[in-house]
Design a protein around this ligand. Structure first.
Ligand code: ADP
Ligand code: ADP
Length: 237
């Protein structure tokens, strides 16, 4: 599903983000990437959907190189990958529904959508996604009126509405309290199990990783230093 072949990322200035990574993630896995701040978790995750360019090597999504993809092909590949951020990245003044519809590429600024007229298919996907994360009753509320946990559930719904088969979550619970953290992780796990969506999550905490991951990858100084099951992961991976 996701394959790294000898992937390196060097930032301008010479900092090594990733050092010659080989990695294969199979469909339906729930992978948690753990490591200290600065280890390269975020660099790894952002390489997958080409949020930034890698320096060398190649990354494949379902057998196709995203590294060499261009134009329409790249857009289609990216649409299949939903991204969730620590800071939610919602349009604050827009409604929940519009934020979720933003996952449907190309509908943001036509005359019809300015009037709030979205194709039925998109509306069905958006409402279906909101239902899955238990946010249907908030559809017409403004995003900035929601709690952090609710905003994160909306960003999960946005990924679902774009019919992503992969979800990448970069420290999705870092700004949430313990209870809300659990709710968001539960949502990600449920969606992974029910829909088979391949999920890759960056986390600070090994305890949380052990609880949710089917596989844990430990990263240090841009290299993979651990790759195994939750049961095999010790405190210092
Ligand atoms: P993590 O997500 O594990 O905290 P990052 O992937 O953000 O780690 O960072 C890995 C390394 O790359 C760190 O040394 C960090 O300082 C560096 N780095 C990250 N982003 C940039 C950037 N935009 N420019 C230069 N160095 C960066
Ligand atoms: P969650 O179920 O995500 O944990 P909370 O318990 O944090 O939600 O929030 C409870 C209620 O308070 C929610 O209905 C939410 O809409 C509201 N709320 C939380 N934070 C804010 C905020 N900053 N502005 C407006 N309403 C908020």
């Amino acid at each position: 599903m996701i394959e790294f072949r000898k992937v390196s990322k060097v930032y301008p200035g010479g900092t090594v983000g990733l050092n010659n990574i080989d990695l294969k993630i199979e469909p339906g896995e729930f992978v948690v990437i753990v490591g200290l701040s600065g280890a390269g978790k975020s660099t790894l995750l952002r390489s997958i959907n080409r949020l930034h360019e890698i320096t060398s090597g190649e990354i494949f999504i379902s057998g196709k190189s995203i590294t060499s993809a261009e134009g329409r092909q790249l857009r289609v590949m990216r649409r299949g990958i939903g991204m969730i951020f620590q800071s939610f990245n919602l349009v604050k003044r827009s409604t929940v529904l519009r934020n979720v519809l933003a996952g449907r590429v190309g509908y943001r600024s036509t005359f019809r959508t300015l009037l709030g007229l979205f194709p039925k298919h998109d509306m069905d996907l958006a409402f279906g996604a909101l239902k899955r994360v238990n946010m249907l009753e908030k559809a017409y509320q403004r995003a900035d009126q929601l709690s952090g946990g609710q905003q994160q559930r909306v960003s999960i719904a946005r990924a679902l509405a774009q019919e992503a088969t992969i979800i990448l979550a970069d420290e999705p619970v870092a700004s949430l309290d313990p209870l809300t953290t659990r709710q968001v992780m539960d949502d990600l796990q449920r969606i992974n199990r029910e829909m088979g969506i391949t999920t890759v999550v960056n986390l600070h905490y090994i305890d949380l990783a052990r609880e949710y991951a089917t596989r844990i990858i430990g990263v240090r100084a841009g290299e993979i230093v651990f790759d195994g099951t939750a049961a095999e992961a010790t405190d210092d991976v």
